[in-house]
Structure formats: C-alpha cells, structure tokens
Design a protein around this ligand. Sequence first.
Ligand code: HEC
Length: 145
Amino acid sequence: MFASRFIKSQLRLPVCALALCCIPAACDDHIVGSGAPIVNNCLRDPPLTWDNYGAYIIGRQCRPCHSEYSREGQRADAPLGVDFDDFDDVLGWADRIQARSVDDETMPPAGGMLAEERVLLGEWLRCDVYPALGQRDLQGVGAEQ
Ligand code: HEC
C-alpha cells in the first residue's frame, strides 16, 4: 500500500535522477509490500545526496524564503541569516531542518510538502548530512578519519 503510493508520488517528482534512484529500490522483491526498509536504513543505492535529492527538495520547499538572495520583504519574514543555499548551509542548520520539517511539519509554514518528501528529507539528513557533519567536526579537532 505504502509502496505503491510511494512509487506514484516519486513518478510525479520532476527530477529524473531521483525517480531513477528510487524506483528500482521500491520495485525490489524484498521491499514491495513492506515499505519500512525504504525509510529505516541507509542502504539505498545510490544514496540520497545533495546533488540527487537535497538541492531539489530544499530548493523547491525552503529556498523561496530561506536564501541569502531573498531579501527582507521577499522572504515572507523568514529570519535573515536562516539560509539554505548550499550543502554547507544545510550542515549548519541540519538539526533545525530536521526539527521543523521531519519531526514536525511546521516548515514550510503553509504546508504543501508531501509526506513522502518529508520521509526522504529525513533519510537524506540521517544518511548523508549528519555523517558529513561528523566528518567535518572530526576533521576540526584533528581526529583521524
Ligand atoms: C513561505 C516562506 C517559508 C518557507 C517556504 C519555509 N520557511 Fe522556514 N521560516 C519561515 C518563517 C516566517 C520563519 C520564522 C518563524 C518560525 O520560526 O516559525 C522560518 C524559520 C525557519 C527556521 C529557523 C527557526 C528554527 O526553528 O530554528 C528554520 C530552521 C526553518 N524555517 C526551516 C525551513 C525548512 C527546512 C523549510 C523547507 C522544508 C522552510 N523553512 C520553508 C518561512 C518559510
């Protein structure tokens, strides 16, 4: 049930790269009918990245208000400085993006984000963004990585 809704919604997304990476996973014999493995692990191959998902979803759902190129008066009162223009920005705001758009659904303020998009946003944060954050922090203190 979830799997077929998932596939349909993926087909609606205008990013071919994303559709290409999700459909084979959703059609896998071991995954059809269960749904859970799609969202509960980081085994997607290829994994979600800034290039194949993050830039698209943040660009579409967040950046109209949260961009350094959106000035006061153009950003629907999104606080100045809360900008997600590139992967580095996302690293800095990852926990708040998670809080507002995955754990809660208070961003974007007017809604309009599909449940599946939030699930994928959560997966991307968990499997790509947080690991990158850990590597960056470890590099900062000189740890071997
Ligand atoms: C229509 C404009 C608009 C869009 C689109 C939008 N936001 Fe916001 N955002 C706001 C406003 C206004 C605030 C300040 C009020 C508030 O925090 O609720 C804000 C504040 C924030 C904050 C800082 C406050 C905090 O809780 O740390 C974060 C993080 C945030 N938004 C994340 C997002 C994410 C992630 C998306 C996309 C999934 C998004 N927003 C889409 C208008 C927007």
